[in-house]
Design a protein. Structure first.
Length: 141
């Protein structure tokens, strides 16, 4: 009888632990998903409404360029870092466009069109402006 009671308690404990870990995983995934959605909405708002590249996208490249300038890096090195940042920002913008093309967060076809048109318009500016326009536009230089 004690043997059966021990294994039953162990089995119940195992099921409880499994359910607890499953709930924690679901909670973690929900938080990560909502953070991703929030980041995409904030990025789109910054790009379309404020006509600014999201700071999180440009910060690593700005820091790298500043480090190169402090260490007297060559103009070619600065140019390469800037071009990498420019390319990365354009790639992130393209991902953002794809996200909002498929997203159910946009309430109407008209809203989707306005948002996507604004993102595409900014993309054209970023391409025409080059890396300095995208990476250094709001810097204090």
């Amino acid at each position: 009888m004690e043997f059966l009671l021990f294994w039953s308690a162990l089995w119940i404990l195992g099921i409880g632990l499994f359910l607890y870990l499953t709930m924690m995983l679901v909670r973690w995934m929900t938080v990560r998903f909502s953070q991703g959605v929030e980041a995409n909405v904030r990025a789109a708002e910054s790009i379309v409404n404020d006509e600014r590249v999201p700071e999180a996208w440009t910060a690593p490249y700005r820091q790298q360029i500043e480090a190169l300038r402090r260490s007297v890096g060559s103009e070619a090195e600065i140019e390469r870092a800037g071009r990498r940042g420019h390319k990365d920002c354009l790639r992130q913008l393209d991902r953002l466009v794809q996200y909002f093309e498929k997203s159910s967060l946009v309430d109407s076809t008209e809203s989707r069109h306005v948002l996507l048109s604004g993102l595409q318009r900014q993309r054209a500016r970023w391409v025409a402006g080059g890396w300095q326009y995208v990476i250094e536009r709001d810097c204090d230089h």
